[in-house]
Write a protein that binds this ligand. Structure first.
Ligand code: UT7
Length: 338
């Protein structure tokens, strides 16, 4: 299946997906709910973004509680105990607190006492970046198991007075258990990652950090919230995602038809559809669930992958293509045989 010799030789050990899981808060916020707080309409939101509702964290939910529940579900599906996990990576831009890391909280909540744990911040690309790092550790033989989680409580940094951004975001977590094996499916076949820090202003949440510490009054109080240049992101995302898919297909010697499911970051249904059309993916092979969850940043791809696995849209042996684009700017992809 993988004809590229450089890829084959790097796969002495394979990083395979042993289980997936997800968790979203119970509270749902619909487009009608937004019509009560900003000047918008269900028609505008659905036409421009594809979003109908999103899950919003309640007072008891935090990024770590959502991440830990997604992880428990993934471990159960993998038939594994938390003590068997050797590495935990949590991708997030809404950490539990400045420090310790969200991953350390998740480790404690799970009782994954044999793991080392750290967070990774690559905004919406955090999960694909994290899979690529875990792949290196597993395929080199350094670790045998890893838990890779994307988790966000974006509602905590959303400006509910800004109609152009607040309607986009939701909360949730998705997780994948990876195992190093020497036979069976290929697992993670290829990963690629990029960033462009010179375009950092397109997507940001500026306070509080070392540039804008809590001790100095903010020049604009809205700097505590996410701020996006939607149009700029939209056009760059389409271009970069097309490039990523073409790179993945070429490096893995695959055709579009070989991909069982294209699972992009759920940023905007129009972006996904326009990319899918350019790349000639059949409609049924483009996965979209943004209508139910909105944009959950690092959590969106693992939530989508879990839904694909649970509903039988993706089966054992299928090849899936995960593609992300987000703040940084960052972008990246993974090709995985499940
Ligand atoms: O995952 C990474 C983070 N995600 C993103 O950065 C999102 C990427 N960008 C997008 O998804 C789209 O650019 C948006 C959905 C954010 C905006 O869609 P758009 O088609 O690019 O709209 P626009 O920004 O060009 O705005 C068109 C009009 C404007 O009014 P005027 O200037 O034409 O009179 C906006 O003020 O729509 C107005 N508008 C709204 N109207 C009703 C903006 N937000 C709303 C709203 N309801 N919620």
């Amino acid at each position: 299946m993988v004809n590229n010799p450089t890829i084959q030789s790097s796969l002495r050990l394979r990083a395979v997906v042993a289980g997936t899981g997800s968790s979203v808060p119970a509270k749902v916020m619909t487009n009608e709910d937004f019509m009560k707080i900003v000047d918008t309409s269900d028609e505008w939101i659905v036409t421009r973004t594809g979003i109908r509702e999103r899950h919003i964290a309640g007072p008891q939910d935090t990024t770590a509680t959502l991440a830990a529940q997604a992880a428990r579900n993934a471990l159960e599906r993998a038939g594994m105990k938390p003590e068997e996990i050797e590495l935990i990576i949590v991708a997030t831009v809404t950490p539990e607190m400045v420090f310790p890391s969200t991953a350390c909280f998740v480790q404690a909540m799970l009782g994954a006492s044999n793991a080392w744990a750290f967070d990774l911040n690559a905004a919406c690309s955090g999960f694909v970046y994290s899979l690529s790092i875990a792949q290196q550790f597993l395929s080199s033989g350094r670790y045998r198991t890893a838990l890779v989680i994307g988790a966000e409580t974006l509602s905590r940094i959303t400006n509910y007075k800004d109609r152009s951004s607040c309607i986009l975001f939701g909360d949730g977590a998705g997780a994948v258990v990876l195992k190093a094996v020497s036979s069976g499916p290929e697992g993670i076949m290829y990963s690629t990652s990029f960033s462009d820090g010179s375009s950092w202003e397109a997507l940001k949440c500026q306070a509080y950090g070392s540039r804008h510490p809590v001790s100095i009054p903010l020049e604009n109080p809205d700097m505590v919230y996410m701020d996006i240049n939607g149009r700029e992101v939209y056009h760059t995302a389409v271009r970069r995602i097309v490039e990523l898919v073409n790179e993945c297909l070429e490096k893995c010697d695959l055709q579009v038809e070989d991909i069982a499911m294209f699972i992009p970051h759920q940023m905007n249904a129009r972006i996904i559809e326009s990319v899918g059309k350019r790349l000639r993916f059949a409609d049924e092979k483009i996965f979209i669930n943004i209508d139910k969850y909105g944009n959950t940043s690092a959590a969106s791809i693992p939530i989508a992958l879990d839904e694909c696995c649970r509903t039988g849209k993706v089966k054992s042996g299928d090849i899936v293509l995960l593609v992300a684009f987000g703040g940084g700017l960052t972008w990246g992809a993974n090709v995985i045989q499940m």
